[in-house]
Write a protein that binds this ligand. Structure first.
Ligand SMILES: CC(C)(COP(=O)(O)OP(=O)(O)OC[C@H]1O[C@@H](n2cnc3c(N)ncnc32)[C@H](O)[C@@H]1OP(=O)(O)O)[C@@H](O)C(=O)NCCC(=O)NCCS
Length: 286
């Protein structure tokens, strides 16, 4: 369900969010240019005072793969109350309205919290995420084309690849057709590198830190192996860190370690009882 059509309410909501996260309104505008409209994707639960939005809980309906099964979960995001009006129950009111809306529709709600204590009182429990680390032989990086976030043709190309991708993992992955990935990319500053590898028909979302390849996502209709990817990422690379479940990356020697990302995954409702280490790609978070 989209934002209300009223331009005043939309502007007031985005002003509240911008007061809390200063870069958010420009990221929302950027994502819209790329074809992903926050106001169409998010359902806002708000508290208003004299027509001004002073508290907000947003809900995204996110198609995912969980334990091999496609389903849709509710992603709670952008939880905030105006700085001068905190401690008066405004967020609680919005959250309770959001959760009763969610409970009528979905078995599972997820969020990423930098302060998990806020959410345990609403039935969310922390779910550990991992990174997956191991040796890989790098190879010359002349077979890739970097995509520029400020080049509309490159971003159109990326949106096309996102629309035709397969989930990055069969265990835990977003499967949103691209809108969430584009919103996450717009919010990610300065953001990762994006490179098209024609030989593998994939876009790799990554950073290189000397000999380390930080692999955030692989956008492809058919997943290449980690060895094939690493062979295009630079001869100095000898270690990969995958920030998503690497089960679709072919044979690899990646081993789970605790994630280094700060925000904690929290889950409310049904969740697979699979004890294996997991991680959502940074482009599948909300
Ligand atoms: C976190 C935030 C949304 C709380 O809003 P609020 O309107 O002050 O919250 P409420 O008054 O409705 O509090 C609801 C409950 O949450 C608790 N709570 C609020 N902030 C909390 C915090 N930082 N840590 C732990 N508990 C918190 C309150 O004690 C209250 O508990 P109770 O109802 O069980 O007694 C607000 O402080 C904020 O906007 N912070 C900046 C943005 C932010 O950090 N968002 C969360 C991102 S993970």
């Amino acid at each position: 369900m989209a934002y209300p059509a009223s331009p005043e309410l939309r502007a007031s909501t985005l002003a509240l969010l911008g007061g809390t996260w200063t870069r958010l309104p420009s990221a929302v505008a950027q994502a819209r240019v790329w074809g992903a409209d926050w106001c169409e994707r998010s359902t806002p639960f708000v508290h208003t005072i004299e027509g001004e939005v002073v508290a907000h809980v947003g809900v995204l309906e996110i198609p995912v793969v969980l334990a091999g099964r496609s389903c849709t979960v509710a992603g709670v995001h952008a939880v905030c109350t105006h700085a001068e009006l905190r401690g008066r129950g405004h967020m609680r009111g919005c959250m309770e309205a959001a959760l009763s809306w969610i409970d009528a529709r979905y078995d599972t709600a997820i969020l990423w919290a930098n302060d998990p204590e806020i959410y345990t009182r609403f039935g969310f429990v922390s779910q550990a995420e991992s990174i997956f680390v191991g040796p890989v032989p790098g190879g010359p990086d002349d077979g890739l084309r970097l995509l520029a976030r400020d080049d509309p043709r490159d971003m159109d190309f990326l949106a096309t690849q996102l629309a035709r991708r397969c989930p990055v993992s069969r265990r835990v992955a977003g499967h949103d057709g691209g809108w969430l990935a584009l919103i996450d990319l717009a919010l990610w500053s300065p953001g990762p590198s994006l490179a098209w590898i024609p030989a593998l028909e994939c876009v790799v979302v990554y950073s290189i830190r000397e000999r380390f390849l930080d692999l955030y996502d692989v956008i492809a209709p058919q997943m290449p192996s980690l060895a094939q990817i690493a062979a295009h990422m630079g001869s100095q690379v000898d270690t990969a860190i995958a920030y998503f479940c690497p089960d679709a990356l072919g044979d690899h020697g990646l081993v789970a370690e605790p994630t280094v990302l700060i925000d904690q995954l929290m889950v409310r409702g049904e969740w697979p009882s699979d004890p294996q280490a997991l991680a959502f790609s940074p482009l599948a978070r909300c």
